[in-house]
Design a protein around this ligand. Structure first.
Ligand SMILES: [Zn+2]
Length: 198
């Protein structure tokens, strides 16, 4: 919900999910409203109540604050190539749900992902090798299928969600207690639309 001061008010993970869904719909309709950045700086200068944490790819076409119309102060964003988890990423998520205000964890992959393409092509280079290695178990589609890139990006999101749950007792506890939720999403760079894995 957005009040008359343009502040996003969210009480639980369902409301957080709805806000992101509605935000993407506003963005798609060319009707983004959280673009009053100077006003938002004023509203958040003493703190914020960011309602979600989004683990997204670093791809320049996938900026979560813009595509979900969240502006400044409403979402935590963690980005790296391939939206993958590691110790630092998990620690960051734990911070947002334990010590701050996030109620929803979103892991978001996207179409035409370079990191996923790198895994499919088995690129070997410096630290990139281990990064694409982490994506490889998500390659479950036949190599000749035209859907292999899309499928692998989506399976990789599911794998990341499962790894986060498995590796973080802290996050798992909150999920079991239903204090937070975790959800996968897939962004189409061709259209600007976000599809949630419901
Ligand atoms: Zn990507």
């Amino acid at each position: 919900m957005i009040n008359e001061n343009h502040e996003v008010i969210v009480h639980n993970s369902r409301e957080s999910f709805n806000e992101l869904k509605n935000g993407n719909a506003r963005f798609l309709a060319g009707k983004s409203i959280n673009t009053n950045y100077l006003e938002q700086i004023e509203q958040t200068k003493r703190g914020h109540e960011a309602h979600a944490v989004i683990l997204s790819c670093m791809d320049a076409r996938v900026p979560p604050e813009i595509i979900f119309d969240q502006g400044i102060g409403n979402v935590f964003v963690i980005r790296n190539a391939g939206n993958l988890e590691d110790e630092n990423v998990i620690g960051s998520i734990e911070y947002t749900v334990r010590y701050s205000s996030a109620k929803l964890i979103v892991v978001m992959g996207h179409s035409h992902c370079g990191a996923v393409t790198g895994a499919l092509n088995d690129i070997q280079h410096g630290h990139l090798s281990q990064l694409v290695e982490q994506i490889k178990p998500a390659i479950k589609t036949d190599k000749s299928s035209p859907h292999i890139l899309t499928d692998t990006a989506k399976f990789s999101v599911l794998q990341t969600i499962s790894d986060i749950k498995e590796r973080s007792e802290s996050i798992s506890e909150l999920l079991k207690e239903e204090k937070i939720s975790i959800i996968g999403a897939y962004y189409e760079v061709e259209t600007g639309e976000v599809f949630f894995f419901e």
